[in-house]
Design a protein around this ligand. Structure first.
Ligand SMILES: Cc1cc2nc3c(=O)[nH]c(=O)nc-3n(C[C@H](O)[C@H](O)[C@H](O)COP(=O)(O)O)c2cc1C
Ligand code: SF4
Length: 485
C-alpha cells in the first residue's frame, strides 16, 4: 500500500473511557431516526467485504457467523458488505442478483436480529462494478489478447504482413518503443490488466448503463426488503460503476457525464427507480466520496453538490467515504488484478498507522462536516454518516457534539473488537481491543482471502468452538467477550 513520505508512526491509545452513567447520557448512545427505522444508538459498522461467501455468491454459515458476531456488540446499524446486483459469476462476492438469494439473506437478517436482541438495524450495500481483467503475461497478451489494428501495422511498417508477424514484432519491442506504439488503453491493459470505464461509449454494454442499471438496483433493493433488511445503501463510492459516473473524470457526452449535474443524473435515476420499487416507507441511502483524491477527480465542492442533490431527491441517509480508486492503484503482479486501495487514494480510504503530520485518525471528519453543513444550509435534515480512523469514545462524541456528523462509522475498530459498542456503553471501555490501523485485514482483502484481525485470529485456535479459516491457521470470528456482571 502507498505510504506518506513522512512515515510517522502512530499508536492508538485511549486515556479516558466514559462510565456507564456518562455513556447513558452521551449523544453517541442516543437514538436517531434514519428514514423509516430508528437506530438505538448513533453507531454504525460500514460495509466490509470479509470474503466469506462462495463462488455462487450465497450466504454461507461463515457469512452468518461473521455478522452475528458483529451484532453481539449491538451497534446501532450494520451495513452488510458490497453485494453484487448482477447475476453473473463474481467469485466469492456476496450476491443479491436473483430471487434465489432471498432465502439465504433472510437467515442472515434473522441471525443479526437474534444476536443483537433486536438492538441492531441491518442494511445491505448494493454494488455494481465493471469488467476488470488480471494483468496479463506479456507473451499471452501479444499472442492472443491484443487486437491488431491498422495503427500497429502502420507504426511497424508492416501493412501487408500476416498478423502473426505483427504480433511477433510488437512482442520484440523495447518497453519505451512499445509505449509509443500501443494506444494508451492497450498500454494500460498490458501494464495493469484491461478494465472497462464508464466512458467506453463504443462498448454497447457500457453505453447502455443508464438503461440497464436502474432496474438492476431496483430489483436488488426489493429483494433486500423482502429478505427483511431494514434498508439499503447504494454503493456510489470508491472504484465502482456509480462512483465512476460521479467522478470528474466522467466525460460521457450522452447527458450522463461532464458537469456535476450530468454526472449525478444516473445516481439519481438509480435512486428514483429504487424508491419507486420499494416505496416511501423503506430506508434508502447511499455511500459516496467526500473526495476522490486523484488527479482531475471530484473534490469536496462536487461532493457538496451531490449531497444536496441526493438529499433533495429524498435519500434517507448519506454515508461518506474517501478515495479508494483504480486511477492511482499500484501495478499488480502478472496474474493479479489491480486493487483500488494501493495508491494514495487507497490510503485516504483506509489510513494506516504510518502516516503524515495529520495522522491516520479522523481524516474524513472535516470534509464530511463541510458536506453536512452544505446539506443543512440547503434545508435538509438528512442524517450524515462519517467514517475513517475513529476508535475512541471521545473522538466520536466530540464530532457529534460539534455537529460534524449525525452517525459515527467504525469499520476496522469494529473488526478489531466487535464488542466495542457494548463495552463502551456499559462503562467497560478499558476492555476494548484497540485497532492498530496495521491494515493486515486490508492485505487479506486485497488477496481475496478470508478477512480476519491480527489482534485475535490466533487466539484459542484449539478450542472446539473455534471455526478456522481455509488456511487452518486463523480463527474466523473474534473470540467471545464475557462482560463483567
Ligand atoms: C476488509 C475491508 C473491507 C472493506 N469493504 C468495503 C465495502 O465492501 N464497501 C465499502 O463501502 N467500504 C469497504 N471498506 C471500507 C470501510 O467501510 C471504511 O470506509 C474504511 O475502512 C475506513 O473506516 P475505518 O477507519 O473505520 O476502518 C472495507 C474496509 C476493510 C478494512
Ligand atoms: S488487522 Fe485488526 S488491528 Fe490491523 S487494521 Fe485490521 S482491524 Fe485494525
Amino acid at each position: 500500500m502507498w505510504k506518506p513520505s513522512q512515515r510517522i508512526k502512530y499508536q492508538t491509545e485511549v486515556a479516558h473511557w466514559p462510565t456507564k452513567d456518562a455513556a447513558a447520557g452521551a449523544q453517541l448512545f442516543s437514538p436517531i431516526t434514519v428514514g423509516s427505522v430508528k437506530l438505538e444508538q448513533r453507531t454504525w459498522i460500514p460495509a466490509m467485504v470479509p470474503w466469506r461467501s462462495n463462488e455462487a455468491g450465497e450466504v454461507t454459515q461463515d457469512v452468518i457467523d461473521w455478522y452475528a458476531r458483529f451484532a453481539q456488540g449491538k451497534p446501532g446499524a450494520i451495513v452488510v458488505e458490497a453485494t453484487g446486483i448482477r447475476d453473473i459469476p463474481s467469485g466469492p462476492l456476496l450476491r443479491i442478483s436473483d430471487d434465489r438469494y432471498i432465502e439465504g439473506l433472510k437467515k442472515l437478517v434473522d441471525a443479526v436480529k437474534e444476536a443483537s436482541g433486536g438492538q441492531t438495524r441491518l442494511l445491505i450495500q448494493l454494488i455494481d462494478f465493471l469488467n476488470i481483467r488480471r494483468r496479463p503475461d506479456p507473451e499471452k497478451y501479444f499472442d492472443r489478447f491484443l487486437v491488431i489494428t491498422a495503427e500497429h501495422r502502420q507504426a511497424l511498417a508492416l501493412q501487408d504482413a500476416p498478423e502473426a508477424k505483427v504480433r511477433q514484432a510488437l512482442a520484440s519491442l523495447s518497453s519505451k518503443t512499445l509505449e509509443s506504439t500501443l494506444s494508451a488503453r492497450e498500454w494500460d491493459a498490458l501494464q495493469f490488466g484491461a478494465r472497462d470505464r464508464v466512458t467506453d461509449m463504443e462498448n454497447p454494454a457500457v453505453a447502455d448503463l443508464p438503461k440497464t442499471l436502474p432496474p438492476l438496483f431496483a430489483a436488488a433493493a426489493m429483494r433486500a426488503k423482502t429478505a427483511g433488511f431494514d434498508g439499503v445503501e447504494l454503493h456510489y463510492a470508491h472504484a465502482y460503476t456509480m462512483s465512476s459516473f460521479l467522478s470528474a473524470t466522467n466525460t460521457r457526452t450522452d447527458g450522463y457525464g461532464g458537469g456535476t449535474e450530468a454526472r449525478a443524473r444516473l445516481p439519481l435515476e438509480v435512486y428514483e427507480a429504487v424508491r419507486e420499487t420499494v416505496g416511501v416507507d423503506y430506508t434508502v441511502g447511499c455511500r459516496f466520496l467526500s473526495d476522490e483524491i486523484i488527479n482531475q477527480g471530484s473534490g469536496l465542492d462536487d461532493a457538496c453538490f451531490f449531497a444536496q442533490a441526493f438529499a433533495a431527491a429524498g435519500m434517507d441517509f448519506l454515508s461518506l467515504s474517501r478515495g479508494g480508486k483504480f486511477d492511482d492503484a499500484k501495478q499488480p503482479r502478472v496474474g493479479a488484478a489491480a486493487y483500488p486501495y494501493t495508491g494514495q487514494s487507497g490510503y485516504e480510504c483506509m489510513p494506516a498507522y504510518l502516516s503524515d503530520e495529520q495522522g491516520p485518525w479522523g481524516r474524513n471528519v472535516e470534509p464530511v462536516a463541510k458536506i453536512r453543513t452544505s446539506v443543512r444550509e440547503a434545508g435538509f435534515i438528512t442524517p450524515i454518516v462519517t467514517a475513517g480512523g475513529i476508535y475512541s469514545f471521545d473522538q466520536a462524541e466530540a464530532l457529534l457534539s460539534d455537529e460534524k456528523a449525525d452517525i459515527v462509522g467504525f469499520a476496522r475498530q469494529a473488526l478489531a473488537d466487535p464488542d466495542w459498542f457494548e463495552k463502551v456503553r456499559t462503562g467497560q471501555g478499558s476492555d476494548v481491543m484497540l485497532c492498530r490501523y496495521s491494515n493486515y485485514c486490508e492485505g487479506l482483502d486485497q488477496k481475496h482471502k478470508q478477512v480476519t484481525c491480527e489482534l485475535w485470529d490466533r487466539t484459542e485456535l484449539n478450542s472446539k468452538q473455534t471455526v478456522l479459516a481455509t488456511d487452518g491457521k486463523r480463527r474466523l470470528t473474534a473470540p467471545a467477550w464475557t462482560p463483567t456482571p
